[in-house]
Design a protein around this ligand. Structure first.
Ligand SMILES: Nc1ncnc2c1ncn2[C@@H]1O[C@H](COP(=O)(O)OP(=O)(O)O)[C@@H](O)[C@H]1O
Ligand SMILES: [Mg+2]
Length: 361
């Protein structure tokens, strides 16, 4: 992948501006942009989405968080009228997607998981084609394209051929392109998967910028915990087609027993070490992550740390490293699913970028 052409200083500047977006307080009485009720998708005997219900309020950034195969893309495809729903209802701005698909489509912009911009066209041409496809009147087209290229920080590359862009820049082009017809509800399926960390942050910042300039509701899927935590007002955790938790990131973290996580690595820890760590005061869970590394959730970080070190010294077990942090969404995921998301991802995401665009539906 080509190096990011975007100057770093610009990214930092954008970071400073978009971190100002304040997460709105959830208001259950606010109008819903998206409503999903007991939605099910079956492929033969296999249930890819299993009785999921949630609603997204206007102006929210709502995250679907889950491992590969959880059903995130299937959910998006049903909500955006791309595949039929087996059972249940999805409404977009009040329009039942099964009964009024065209009305629903007029409200939405969709960025699919695979990159779909045309490599032989320039950035501007890619934008322009989409604007025509969506019947954006000629005089509005130019204005909309200019405004969006500015928002995603691609103005100076507008005449560059898309194949010369880095993955992060292409993603930003596609985000801009998906907004060219002024949708009210924007669906993004794993917009940052496969991007390097700097490009990922740049994409978050772009989304923050866009939210400040347009009246928009965003539904975004991701398997990155940090991204969901930082970007989303509320998060639905999905696993094996089921919704396992739904709340604001801070509330999700508070819902996990224990408020601190101690990560400690020991040398030659004995076989019963996990149990012994578990028996310390305030400890709510212990996970052995291999190589002598333990992740200990506790309601009292400082007290447990002291006891843990004392126990290690008394047992003659050297402590190689130790850190105390607040609980993260990783802990939330483990709490609700019994597994760690990162383990889950290692295999499927060895090859993150499709070999050529448009290969996946
Ligand atoms: N067209 C299809 N036919 C059969 N199974 C499918 C199809 N599309 C997706 N699936 C299966 O449904 C499950 C959910 O897939 P998907 O929605 O792509 O998950 P995610 O986007 O969370 O990675 C997976 O087990 C996947 O293999
Ligand atoms: Mg997917």
């Amino acid at each position: 992948m080509m190096a990011e052409l975007n100057p770093k200083a610009k990214t930092n500047e954008a970071a400073a501006s978009s971190s100002m977006r304040e997460k709105p307080v959830y208001d259950p009485t606010a109008p819903s942009a998206i409503e999903v009720e007991h939605i099910v998708k079956k492929y033969g005997d296999f249930t890819a989405v299993d009785d999921v219900s949630f609603s997204v309020k206007e102006g929210e950034i709502f995250g679907l968080l889950g491992p590969n195969g959880a059903g995130k893309s299937t959910l998006i495809r049903m909500m955006t009228t791309l595949i039929p729903i087996t059972a249940g209802i999805a409404r977009i701005a009040g329009h039942d997607v099964a009964k009024e698909p065209n009305a629903a489509r007029r409200m939405i912009g969709v960025i699919p998981q695979a990159l779909t911009s045309d490599l032989d066209l320039t950035i501007e041409e890619n934008m322009s084609i989409y604007a025509k496809l969506y019947d954006v009147p000629a005089k509005e087209r130019k204005k909309s394209i200019n405004e969006l290229l500015e928002l995603v920080d691609l103005t100076k590359w507008r005449d560059a051929q898309t194949k010369t862009l880095s993955g992060g820049m292409r993603r930003r082009l596609e985000i801009a392109r998906g907004l060219v017809h002024h949708p009210r509800i924007f669906f993004l399926d794993e917009p940052t998967t496969g991007l390097d960390p700097v490009s990922r942050v740049a994409v978050w910042e772009m989304l923050g910028n866009i939210m400040e300039h347009r009246k928009l509701t965003i539904l975004i899927t991701t398997h990155y915990m940090d991204e969901a935590d930082r970007l989303c007002d509320r998060i639905a955790i999905v696993d094996h087609g089921k919704l396992v938790a739904l709340d604001a990131p801070t509330a999700l973290k508070q819902s996990v027993p224990g408020s601190n996580v101690i990560e400690a690595q020991f040398e030659n820890s004995p076989a019963d070490w996990e149990q012994r760590l578990h028996s310390l005061d305030d400890v709510t869970s212990v996970q052995h992550e291999g190589a002598g590394m333990y992740r200990v959730l506790t309601g009292n970080g400082s007290r447990t740390t002291t006891e843990l070190v004392e126990m290690a010294v008394a047992a003659g077990v050297p402590v190689k490293s130790l850190s105390v942090q607040n609980t993260t969404l990783d802990d939330v995921f483990v709490h609700y699913t019994g597994r760690q998301l990162r383990d889950e991802l290692q295999k499927p995401y060895a090859f993150v970028m499709p070999p050529r665009p448009g290969l996946q539906p």
